[in-house]
Design a protein. Sequence first.
Length: 239
Amino acid sequence: MRRRYRSYLRRKEESRNIKKAIALMISTIAIGLLIIFFGLPAIINFSSLIANLRKSNTPVEANDTTPPITPRFSSLPEETNNSRIELSGSTEPGAFVTIDYEGKEQEVIANANGIFNLIITLKEGENIIKAYSKDAAGNKSAEVAMISIKFDNTPPEFEIESPKEGTTFYGSKQRQISIAGQTEIDSQISVNDRFVLVEENGAFNYTLTLTDGENKFNVKAMDAAGNSSEKELTLFFTP
């Protein structure tokens, strides 16, 4: 009788393990398909949403009048050449974060660690971003200080004023020359990957020594948003 009972328990345990294995396999396949069709960030946000919805179903204290923490954004660029950027930061776990940019409002839920993420599309020029948090009891945080992000994807303009392309220099006294020009304010200039001092008005001047024969120079300008433009300058020197 004991043997039959033990055999019955063993079969029941094996059946339970098989069901668990099948359920795990189905879950793994389902997650894989979701990642393929929707991407990993969407799955993470969905999981966070489910967790926070479960948390929101718990009773709210009637006397809760304490506002949540004001959202704190992670480091954001002042200027960028990418129209889509990710806003990430922290606040009270489970709080609803409302982000206002250029009159558009979007809401995202902070996860169990208080972290929130949202990808927004910037318009050309200056973009003003504001945000606040609200908890399940309806308490609203103070609004975060306005943040300005400039979207600029236009390469900077610059001119090489002297010397002119193809100029030939003669004699030892002309071996040392200066490449001078003008660029946009707040842009950087490099000559053959060596950074050049740019004045506040955008003027630049780089002194160098020519070698015998052909001398090639790559002059590159880069603005604060990361856009760049470049020009080739070829000069000749005859001793």
